[in-house]
Design a protein around this ligand. Structure first.
Ligand code: MRU
Length: 346
């Protein structure tokens, strides 16, 4: 199961805004289609955005000029345009930068060759992402004990990556190993990635699970009903500060107060070691109607109510127990250990 398919040089994706009511597959036929799919969260989740954007550059290039100079200019413009689709998840910029390097290396070659090298790179990024999920699951599962009750936030599974996921891949592996776990999924307001997407995934995989409203987490922790927290990341700075779905920071504060281990699961492509700390991570601000309305339809506030809608928040690394990466589990001191582990050759 995955939520993108590349077949016969065509790109298809599962429209995540329709889940769980409808499993609607769409085709991405142009640069504009891909841009809108990312911006409107039809495709979402940090690693998947990167993979999808890379394929989208190939799809867009099919319509570019047959004149070399113009073709190269159009390629650059397409990549720059896709970079403006969403600002926080660094995987988008990481994947597009890989394409920039491929184009640079092949700029003297024919247009045909450049297109085929772009496609090859997109396919490599896709295949690597599947492998990264598998590796994170392998390291993360060792942190789970029999009978653990695990809280997660947003969606970090096969809808958010090309493989089994980040945090959810760990959970799926623990379930396969009969660890007898129970998952609590935060609904994740305002766009409900938890109750719509994570719950849908958990249901498909038949994992014992319970959805809670975001404001119920504190009381569950107080009643000692949560043993561990596992969630994903959209960008991790050099000191371990982590940007993830809005509401992550409050969970980290609660976990710290209740002495509950708090684990972030993310591949190396989510680390941005150029940024010293979380205060340099750009936070996406989304439109007010996402808060004013439910499922884009029914108003639940007065129509012109002022609202705030930051899509992500920053969790300071001192609240994180460990970061599970594809290269191993990283413990504090994060600045030193992230550099050591993430720069390790595979
Ligand atoms: O706005 P979204 O739905 O793209 O946000 C996704 C998250 O915050 C995930 O937790 C994150 O991408 C990491 S998991 C693959």
């Amino acid at each position: 199961m995955g939520s993108i398919r590349f077949k016969n040089n065509r790109l298809f994706y599962l429209d995540q805004t329709k889940l769980p009511l409808q499993e609607l597959w769409r085709e991405c036929k142009s640069l504009g289609d891909g841009y809108k799919a990312i911006k409107n969260l039809r495709i979402r989740g940090a690693p998947l955005i990167g993979v999808f954007a890379a394929y989208n550059v190939f799809i867009a290039s099919k319509k570019f000029s047959s004149q070399k100079e113009k073709f190269l200019r159009q390629l650059k413009e397409a990549i720059d345009y896709l970079k403006t689709s969403r600002p926080t998840a660094v995987n988008l910029f990481w994947a597009l930068q890989r394409l920039v390097l491929v184009v640079k290396k092949n700029q003297k070659e024919s247009i045909f060759k450049i297109k085929s090298e772009i496609l090859k790179e997109a396919k490599d990024i896709h295949a690597e992402d599947i492998d990264l999920c598998r590796k994170m699951a392998g390291y993360g599962v060792k942190l789970i004990k029999k009978g653990d009750r695990i809280l997660t936030h947003c969606n970090t599974g096969f809808l958010a990556t090309s493989g089994d996921g980040t945090a959810l891949a760990v959970i799926y592996k623990a379930h396969r190993l009969h660890k007898n776990i129970r998952i609590y999924a935060d609904e994740t307001r305002p766009l409900l990635q938890g109750s719509r997407l994570t719950a849908w995934e958990l249901d498909k995989r038949k994992i014992p699970s319970t959805v809670i409203c975001d404001n119920m987490a504190a009381s569950l922790m107080q009643e000692r009903q949560i043993d561990k927290i596992f969630l994903g990341a959209d960008r991790i700075a050099a000191n371990g500060d982590t940007a993830n779905k809005i509401g992550t920071y409050s969970l980290a504060v609660l976990a710290h107060y209740h002495k509950i281990p708090f684990y972030v699961v993310a591949p190396f492509s989510t680390f941005d070691l150029k940024l010293k700390s979380g205060k340099f991570i750009p936070i996406e601000k989304r439109c007010a109607d996402e808060v004013r309305k439910v499922l884009g339809k029914v108003y639940i506030t007065p129509r012109h109510m002022q609202v705030k809608n930051p899509a992500f928040d920053i969790t300071p690394s001192k609240l994180i127990t460990a970061i599970v990466s594809d290269k191993g589990v990283i413990y504090p001191p994060f600045r030193k250990n992230i550099k050591r582990v993430i720069n390790r050759k595979p």
